[in-house]
Design a binder for this molecule. Structure first.
Ligand SMILES: [Ca+2]
Ligand SMILES: [Ca+2]
Ligand SMILES: [Ca+2]
Ligand SMILES: [Ca+2]
Length: 637
């Protein structure tokens, strides 16, 4: 982000700082259900769901060691990190031993699994399935297609996913046990599902010393929409929330002593994020395509303010998000140092990016930029790649050098691949041409869709596609020439790298304003210095007041966008090293060049100037011209 944006962001995050009361003496009447807190922080409500071997999890109510694929259980505690419902009037909570819970998530080819351990002083269930909120039970709310609607999942009749309860015994709210059929339409309304040990939903649990434990499994077909085609695997992102209801036998239920107005003593949730009020399917239906693309609700705080309240716990928009771990045969490996503006609570798309990298198999260390330069230089030790997020202030990865003093990239001499999505450090890093005084001059570098006069008019439009310039490069593998990488118009980073850089993609169709470019080891930067390892400028941009004055989200990336991002990290780490190979077949009228392991280049003399060919292998030259042509494959490693 630019310095000016950073100041604005500091002001806005200051108002979001959570007020965490760790005391067990919690005054429930004083809890503000509209307040921000850990439940609304992206960093604390974003999770990666590990992929485990089929049927390695048994929903038997016993959570085995590592049964959940290494998932670190998430503990949800009133007074520490839970959003608490401000109802009923005589709600009560007497501390951890009265009610708190830890949950685990994992998935295999067929099922999503949820494991629960609670502390609960009195364990009870004496209500019918549809009223499990009056018993000891968990609640699950999903936003399967991540639409973020301000809706009520008890009424919206979601075709897939929705709202359900599983009581401490593993019984299911949406199942009519007497009829042996679907009951409530609040869950997977358009899926023909069944509950049972061999059904689509099954749970099992029981009271244990000090509380209860329960496991439930949900067949993925209850979340997978035939029309949307979504599959819960390989990086898929889904809105998810989990809450808890505590019945301690003091209410009007059959087992209760009737001293309280309700069986429910307290209800609390893991997540309750800010959502745009009034943003739902009906409202979207009133918008034109242009208004949708401009996401007009984001800039209409009078009609669509960002809110947190009791309805959020039942809405799509209030959910946290989970990202599904990749299949074993699609995983990568490597250690990523993720450089962000706050390691305590990363913002914008960073929590979801981190979860996506973990889902892909990378281990991620989060590093907060802005400390002494040696701190960053020391932090890279043991890592395979540095990823610099757009959330950082560009100055936080620079240090003053020389006389006269200029700000230079701290890792300029570090022998580690670096990817940066923060375009405003590219100039000081000498990755892009820039004014002599390193000022922000948008004809050289920046992000598209800005108001500044120095930005060329051709870069001011809202766009969702970039142009692949090097189809043979491993980063561009499998992508079309014009690749739609954003699901909604957003901003691209761009710069003017030196001639040594491989331009993978450009912002404009004529190849100008590269938005994804690579310096390989030994290439020269714009100041003539030689890079000790790969340096990669990444397209994924940031807020741009003209077209998208809001922070990036992982949801803005299409599958092609995610592929481009993950290919970039794979390439930077350099796992798929293949030696360059070339073969020329002259059996036809012309000739055919088959090559792999790099970029095909040609020149008109052996020691001439080689330039990259644009065609993919095998490349057929049917009408050769000139006396001779020399071809070589330049390694991408
Ligand atoms: Ca188990
Ligand atoms: Ca209790
Ligand atoms: Ca009850
Ligand atoms: Ca209880």
């Amino acid at each position: 982000m630019t310095a000016a944006q950073k100041n604005v962001l500091i002001a806005s995050t200051a108002t979001l700082l959570p007020c965490i009361a760790f005391s067990q003496a919690l005054d429930l009447a004083a809890v503000d259900p509209t307040a921000a807190g850990p439940w609304s922080e992206k960093a604390r409500t974003t999770l990666m769901v590990p992929k485990v071997a089929n049927d390695s999890i048994t929903a038997d109510g016993t959570l085995g060691l590592n049964e959940y694929g290494g998932f670190t259980g998430v503990t949800v505690t009133p007074g520490a990190n839970a959003w608490i419902l401000n109802w009923p009037e005589d709600r009560a909570w007497d501390g951890l031993k009265d009610s708190s819970f830890t949950f685990w998530l994992a998935h295999d080819d067929n099922y999503l699994y949820v494991g629960i351990k609670t502390q609960d002083d009195v364990v009870n269930s004496d209500d019918p399935n549809g009223n499990f909120w009056n018993d000891d039970a968990i609640e699950i709310v999903t936003d399967v297609l991540s639409d973020g609607f301000d809706n009520n999942t008890d009424l919206s009749k979601d075709p897939v996913g929705g709202h359900s309860y599983v009581n401490f015994q593993g019984r299911f709210s949406a199942w009519n046990e007497k009829a042996g059929a679907k009951g409530s339409p609040a869950w997977a309304n358009e899926v023909d599902w069944k509950y049972g040990s061999s059904g689509d939903v099954f749970g099992k649990g029981a009271g244990v010393a000090g509380g209860w434990q329960m496991e439930a499994r949900f067949h993925k077909r209850m979340f997978e929409s035939p029309t949307a085609g979504n599959k819960l695997r390989n990086g898929f992102r889904m809105g998810f929330n989990i809450g808890l209801d505590d019945d301690d036998r003091k209410g009007p239920g059959a087992n209760g002593n009737k001293t309280r107005s309700q069986d429910l003593e307290i209800q609390y949730f893991w997540a309750n994020r800010q959502r745009y009020k009034g943003f739902d399917a009906n409202y979207l239906g009133t918008l034109s395509a242009e208004e949708k693309a401009a996401q007009v609700w984001r800039t209409d705080p009078d009609n669509h303010p960002l809110v947190i309240d009791g309805m959020g716990r039942l809405s799509h928009g209030g959910t946290g998000e989970i990202i599904f771990g990749y299949d074993e045969n699609q995983k990568s490996s490597g250690k990523v140092l993720f450089v962000t503006s706050s390691s305590a609570s990363p913002i914008n798309s960073d929590p979801a990016l981190i979860a996506l990298l973990q889902a892909k198999g990378y281990s991620v260390t989060v590093f907060q930029a802005g400390g002494p330069p040696t701190e960053l230089r020391n932090a890279i030790v043991g890592h395979d790649v540095v990823f610099i997020s757009e959330t950082i202030g560009s100055g936080t990865v620079l240090e003053p050098i020389g006389d006269p003093v200029v700000q230079k990239f701290i890792l300029r001499d570090s022998n580690i691949p670096v990817i940066s999505a923060e375009a405003y450090m590219w100039d000081n890093a000498e990755w892009t041409e820039h004014p002599a005084d390193y000022s922000n001059e948008f004809s050289f570098f920046g992000n598209t869709g800005r108001t500044e006069d120095s930005q060329p008019a051709s870069l001011k439009d809202p766009v969702d596609s970039l142009y692949i310039r090097n189809v043979a490069h491993p980063i561009a593998k499998g992508l079309p020439a014009e690749a739609k990488v954003y699901s909604t118009p957003y901003s691209f980073n761009y710069g003017k790298p030196s001639a040594d850089a491989d331009v993978i993609a450009s912002t404009l169709s004529d190849g100008t304003y590269p938005t994804l470019f690579v310096y390989d080891k030994g290439d020269k930067l714009v100041d003539g210095s030689t890079v000790p390892n790969k340096r990669i400028g990444l397209f994924f941009g940031q807020a741009a007041s003209l077209v998208a004055n809001w922070a990036p989200e992982l949801g803005f990336l299409t599958e092609d966008g995610k592929t481009l991002l993950l290919n970039t990290i794979n390439y930077a780490i350099g796992q798929s090293t293949t030696l360059p190979k070339i073969a020329i077949d002259r059996s036809n009228a012309g000739f055919t060049i088959t090559y792999s392991g790099g970029t095909l280049q040609s020149a008109d003399s052996l020691n001439g100037t080689y330039s990259s060919e644009t065609g993919t292998s095998p490349l057929t030259i049917s009408s050769p011209t000139g006396p001779a042509r020399f071809y070589k494959v330049k390694s991408n490693q």
